[in-house]
Structures are given as structure tokens and as C-alpha cells.
Design a protein around this ligand. Structure first.
Ligand SMILES: [Zn+2]
Length: 444
């Protein structure tokens, strides 16, 4: 049996028993009745050619739902805004307190807890064959202003409770299992999403850029990290990079962040692909002038150039040839920003995504061409067209997808195949070693 089979057919089950219990087969290859391997647990046959889900016997795993809900509620109190909202910004006091709360839970679960220099936190349960690469799961606990309490948190606290459930049942893993709390999945403070997982995946460019990165208050990333107890004597963030083959698989449970599952009354979104996001910053500059004084033929209005580019983005995303292409201008700033002043500068931030890189990149090229021709036509300067990030898409491993479907069937959970158009840390874990990844959406 290959490790891939071992990994991909067992891990998703962790997450399907958040709210359910399911029967297990008893061990056949160990005399100790409390000693069970993941195979016994999952109920999957050893032969990779056969994927029949064949549970028998009646040992059941039970998740302590009340304890898990209580932990989610308690964690939500570490917030800069009042309940029910949660605001938890990277390296702030509440972030540090929330991290301490999670580390304590990991310790109580008997995990060995370590942290890297940017504050990615690892809780490890050693397997009985420690030389095998570990299986990992996890998510984030930072929260954008006024967010909900489940975003990211379900994938961290749920994983701890899943391990607790496994331990209560006497299970001992063959491979080590690791829970990762990723630093700064949200871009709120430093403008970089999935900061921790990008570094784990070995982003040299990010490790270098972070030395000069500051937040809105001009506090540097390293200064902020040090205030939270990280990066003490360390400017070299490349120490965070994972070695090749650190993990044999990674699974992330995350809320959907879209209305589809809720509207359709479906419990589980089986993620097949994660869309590839790209971010672009654009500046147009014109001459400005008084709104009453400059006649229309004499203007070179940077704001109108931006407006025209926004419509071009809609057109190119719509006509890309792929239904999955989406293009959004989420930020538009006009300067000087007075009602009686013709905009002398316009700043746009553009998000373009698709599950196929080629479609997305073709649209980005068209947007760039449009920006140049609009600037020429409107006699403004295209002073910046900067691609901030252009991440690759990820495709879930087929055997993992099948395992989730089989488990959903077994547990009578409704499910549908979905593309994750939002991206999470699993996108970068996928590029960290090229192994199986899995991201599963859940309706909350
Ligand atoms: Zn999230």
C-alpha cells in the first residue's frame, strides 16, 4: 500500500466527524484491541485498487461538540470589536492572547508545540513510524475587521478536537499528525495574504520583501513580530521555509464564504480546484484642475481613465472564454478627492482569478493593453501597472476527493463538487512540496 493511499483515504475523515460519529473496523493486525491504525480507523481496504468503504464492528468516534463550540466561542472573545463580530489583527495583543489559547489547547491534547520565527504554530502528534513524513491540517485564526467567529478557526480548533477524539478512542497514528496555525492568512495589517503559508512554501521574494514591509502606522513587519515574541534575533525569514517532503499531505477545513451551500441546503463542498488569484495595482495621472474652470475638451481626467479601465476589466473577464474567470476592482481612489477638483490621479487595485492560469494571465495581458490604450486616448500617464502577486491554481488530489465523497456517503452528508474561488493557506501548502492537498468547504 502506498503512503499516498494511506494519507488521502484517511485524513478527510477527521473533518467529517466534527458533528458526527461513525463506526470503525477493529484492528486485525495487532493483538492490542486499543491499538488501531489509520486503516482500521478509516475503514478503507489496504488494496489501493479497491476503494470500497467497508466499515464494520461498532467502535465509534465521538466529537465533543459542546466543548468545541465553547472553544470557538471563547476564542472569539479575543477581539478588538464587540461580539458577535471578531477583529483580530496580526501580532496585536488579542492575536497574541488567542495564539496562547490555541497553544494551550494543543498542549492539553498532548501535542508537542513549536513555533517558527513568524509565528506559524505547529502541534505535533508523533506517529509510531516517526521516519514517515507527517500528515498536516490547519488554518488560521486572524480575523479581518468585523468578521465572524468560524473563519479559519474551524480548521484549527476542529483539528484539535479531532485529535482529541482519536486519542479518546485509543487510536495511535502510524504517521505523525500535525496541526498548523498559519500566521496572517488575512492581508489586513501588511497587505499580504497567506503570509505564513507563502513563507512555508519557500517564497524568497516574500522573505526579502518583509524586511522592508511596514503597516499603516509605519511599524515594520519585524518590529511587529518582535512585539509579539517572534523573530527575536532573526532577520532571515528564509528559516521558515519548509524542507522538501516535510508533509505527505495537507487538508484544510474552511467555511465556504459564499452562499451556495447554504442556499442549496448542502452540508459539504468537495473542493476540486482552488482558483488562481492575481492582484494588480494601477495608477493613472493627469493634470487635474478646477471642476468649473477647465472645459471638457481640455481635460485629461485620471478618474475617467480609471472608470474606463474598470469597464474594460469587466468585458475581458466576461469574454475570456472561461466561465470561471472573475475580475474585480475592489479599491478605487481619486486624488485630490474634492467635489470641485478634476482627479489628477486615480489608483485602482484589481483582483483577477480563474482555475486555469492561462485564462487568467490572458485576461491580465488584455487589461494591461487596455490600460495603455486608455492612457493614450485620454492623454493621461499610466504611471504604474504592477502585478503584486500572480499565484498558481491548485487541483485537489483525486483519491482525496473520492475519500471525502465516500465518507460523506457513509455519514449521510449531502455534498457537491465545487471550485474554491476564495483561496486559503492550502493553496500555498500545495506548492510547498507538490504533494496531495485538499481543501474542503463546509456550510456553517
Ligand atoms: Zn479564512
Amino acid at each position: 500500500m502506498s503512503w499516498k493511499f494511506f494519507v488521502s483515504h484517511s485524513l478527510p475523515l477527521f473533518f467529517l466527524f466534527f458533528f458526527y460519529s461513525f463506526p470503525l473496523i477493529s484492528t486485525k493486525h495487532n493483538d492490542d484491541p486499543t491499538f488501531k491504525t489509520m486503516h482500521d480507523f478509516s475503514g478503507y481496504p489496504v488494496d489501493e485498487s479497491s476503494h470500497t468503504f467497508t466499515p464494520s464492528n461498532s467502535i465509534s468516534l465521538s466529537v465533543d461538540i459542546q466543548a468545541l463550540q465553547k472553544q470557538i466561542d471563547e476564542l472569539s472573545t479575543f477581539s478588538d470589536t464587540p461580539a458577535p463580530s471578531v477583529t483580530r489583527i496580526l501580532y496585536t495583543e488579542n492575536d497574541v492572547l488567542a495564539r496562547r489559547y490555541v497553544k494551550n489547547l494543543m498542549g492539553l491534547a498532548g501535542l508537542s508545540v513549536t513555533e517558527d520565527v513568524v509565528g506559524n504554530i505547529f502541534g505535533r502528534w508523533d506517529g509510531y513510524e516517526p521516519k514517515l513524513t507527517a500528515v498536516a491540517t490547519g488554518s488560521h485564526i486572524d480575523a479581518i475587521p468585523y468578521s465572524g467567529k468560524y473563519d479559519g478557526v474551524v480548521g484549527v480548533l476542529g483539528a484539535i478536537e479531532a485529535i482529541n477524539a482519536l486519542k479518546r478512542s485509543g487510536f495511535k497514528p502510524k504517521r505523525s499528525l500535525e496541526i498548523i496555525l498559519f500566521t496572517s492568512e488575512e492581508p489586513t495589517r501588511f497587505g499580504i495574504s497567506c503570509l505564513g503559508s507563502r513563507l512555508l512554501a519557500g517564497s524568497e521574494a516574500l522573505a526579502e520583501a518583509l524586511k522592508a514591509t511596514v503597516d499603516g502606522q509605519n511599524i515594520s513587519f519585524l518590529e511587529a513580530a518582535r512585539s509579539a515574541g517572534y523573530a527575536r534575533d532573526e532577520d532571515d525569514l528564509s528559516r521558515v521555509f519548509l524542507k522538501n517532503d516535510s508533509y505527505s499531505a495537507f487538508v484544510e477545513l474552511h467555511i465556504e464564504q459564499a452562499p451556495i451551500l447554504e442556499e442549496e441546503g448542502i452540508s459539504i463542498g468537495v473542493v476540486t480546484n482552488i482558483a488562481a488569484p492575481a492582484s494588480i495595482k494601477v495608477d493613472f495621472e493627469g493634470n487635474g484642475g478646477h471642476a468649473g474652470g477647465v472645459l471638457m475638451p481640455d481635460r485629461n481626467d485620471a478618474g475617467l481613465a480609471a472608470a474606463e479601465l474598470m469597464l474594460a476589466i469587466e468585458k475581458h473577464a466576461t469574454e475570456s472564454g472561461s466561465l470561471d474567470t472573475v475580475g474585480t476592482v475592489g479599491i478605487l481612489e481619486l486624488y485630490p478627492g474634492a467635489i470641485n477638483s478634476i482627479p489628477s490621479k486615480a489608483h485602482l487595485e484589481i483582483d483577477v482569478r480563474d482555475i486555469e492560469e492561462s485564462f487568467r494571465n490572458a485576461v491580465i495581458n488584455k487589461i494591461h493593453k487596455a490600460a495603455k490604450s486608455i492612457a493614450k486616448k485620454r492623454k493621461v500617464t499610466l504611471s504604474e501597472f504592477k502585478i503584486i502577486n500572480q499565484d498558481p491554481p491548485a487541483h485537489s488530489n483525486g483519491s482525496v476527493i473520492k475519500a471525502v465523497v465516500d465518507a460523506s456517503d457513509e455519514l449521510n452528508l449531502t455534498y457537491k463538487y465545487m471550485i474554491s474561488r476564495a483561496y486559503h493557506d492550502s493553496l500555498f501548502m500545495a506548492s510547498s512540496n507538490g504533494h496531495d492537498i485538499y481543501s474542503m468547504l463546509q456550510r456553517i
